[in-house]
Every structure is written in structure tokens, then in C-alpha cells.
Design a protein around this ligand. Sequence first.
Ligand code: ASP
Length: 361
Amino acid sequence: MNSKRSFHSLGVTLILIAALAGGAAAQQAAAKPLPHIVILATGGTIAGVQPKEGDPGYKSGSLSIETLIQAAPGMDKMARLTGEQIASIGSQDMNDAVWIKLANRINELLATPDVDGIVITHGTDTLEETGYFLDLVVNSDKPVVLVGSMRPATSTSPDGPLNLYNGVAVAADPAAKGLGTLVVANDDLHAARYIQKTNTTDVQTFISPNRGAIGEAYYGKNRYFSYSTQRHNTKSEFSLDGLTALPRVDIVYAHENVDGALVDAAVAAGAKGIVLAGVGDGNATKTMVDALAAAAKKGVVVVRSSRVGSGIVRRNIELNDDALGFVAAMDLNPQKARVLLRFALTKTTDIKQIQKYFEEY
Ligand code: ASP
């Protein structure tokens, strides 16, 4: 479903009434219309409903975008809002079809002078992957902001409405331009490139382990104190243009006594790339490393990342990447390394070039 509905803008109405009354300040405000922000809804807990009051169990993606907007009063004073429902899924079900639909719609909207920014409501489970994907393929420096929630909309104390309110405030803020895809959560402002979900249920789940938050988004007041230094948006050479599908890349998880069975299974399933969620600095048992080296020899691109949750996996530290034919993921966690590898593979299988991508993006 891709229903498109416009919402009555109380802000514009108030400004018009005041301007008619003849106040100088109001006339100034009327001359400068509110920014137009489009909210694209995909589902998630922010749109979740509990079948039984007081029971923590719920179903993601149950409420429409109109209901979410109504639950966060005051947003119409910051922006002229339009809502569209892109999908209604828990983000554990996020897939390429929804990604491509979402990114194409964002590119279409941001290419028009009428749209100033985008807010996306999204489940928190795969929000970091969607955000990083958008960094690679959205061809605009206008603000794109992801918001979710940890508590469903019907809970005793939902966190979604304020996240949405703060997200609209950031998307409407010219200072948010050029910062890459942003995530607003629990009053914090993060670059999607750096963020990671770190807690299964706590409201304070999002952190940016290697860099920290890039700012604050607090009841419509934004402060910026850092930014993503990686290539993104108009500086990204990746795009969806001409792509009908993205290459298959699988993630294999290392642990005590792990063998090469999952690596072999990924190759047999047709993976063009494999990301290792390695122990420590992107490592694994000799058996698993041998299986990965054999896959690399067959032309499957192997990227070493880590299951640790923070830090940088660099080349040639404990493993000899040059000899094994591997790429080091740098500070991308396995799920984000997978996103970049899929786009890298749309361009090349050259290990040196792919390593360069992991240093730049
Ligand atoms: N499973 C949910 C989702 O990602 C969790 C959430 O939104 O917090 O859609």
C-alpha cells in the first residue's frame, strides 16, 4: 500500500490568521512558510499495539501514519506535514523490496523543491541497516531522519511520540543538511553510520559505540557537536539506478570450536560475499578461516568484521589478509559491513578497491 494523505496544517492556518490581523512579526512569519516534511511510515514498535492492556506483548506496525502524527501534538507548528505509508512491518521483516521502494520514494520527494526533509518511522531492530543503506543511495543533502521506539504506542509510557516530534524538528532544521542519515532516539541525535542497537528492551538502546552521539534533539531544540566523516549521500558513488536486485551476502558467526560448515553453506547458497562476525579483532578458528580462504579463492569476497560490538578491524593484524585475500571491515559491524559489501559488489570484486570502500564509507 502506498496511500498518500495530506494533513491540515494548523501552523500555516495560525500564521495566516495572525498576518491578516496585521502584526509585523506575523507578516514576517507568513513570508517564510513552514518547511514541508514528509513522514514515511514503515511500521515497527512505534506503530505497535498491545492486544491486552498492561501486557508487554504487542504487534509491530499496527497503526497508520495518521494515528502516529495525531499522537505527537505540536509538530504542525514546526513543519507542514505530509504522511505516506510505505510498509506496515516489524523491521525484523525488512527486505530489499521495501528498501528499494523507500529509497526511490525519498529520492523522488527530495528532488522536488517543495520537500525540505524526510522523517521515517521504522522498527528499531534493523534501523541501523536501513539508515546506512540510505546513506549510500539517497542522492540529496536534505535531512533524512529515522525514528522508532522501544515501547508500543499503546503502552503506559510510550517513547514513540516524542521521538517523532524531535525527529520532525531535526528534519525541519536547515542545520541538519549534509549530515547523512540521522537517527533521533531518546533525545539523542546520532549518525546512522555509527549507530547500533545495544539493548533488547531498554528505551536507551541506541548508542554510537566508536564515535558517540553527534548531537541532541530535545523538544524541538537541536544541538550539533559532531558529524559523520564518511562519504554519504551526494558524495556516495553508489545508487539504485539500473539495479533490479542486490547481490547476496551472508554473515557467518564465529565461536568456540566453530567449523567451516556455515561458510560452505553460504557459498553453496550462491553468496557473492561473506561477512565474518568474528571473535575479537575479526578472527575465527583455523578451520573456519581455511573455509573462508577457500571461498575467497573461488571469487567470493570475504570481509572480516567482529561480533564484539565496538572497535576497528584493521588489515593484517592477527590474520594476514594480503595472503588470505580478505577485506577488513574497519569500524562497520557485521550487519552494516554486509550492506556496504552488497553495494561494493555492484561495482567490482577487486579486493583492493573494496578495501578502499571500507575505509571511505
Ligand atoms: N521488532 C520491532 C521492530 O524492529 C522492534 C522495535 O521496533 O523496537 O520492528
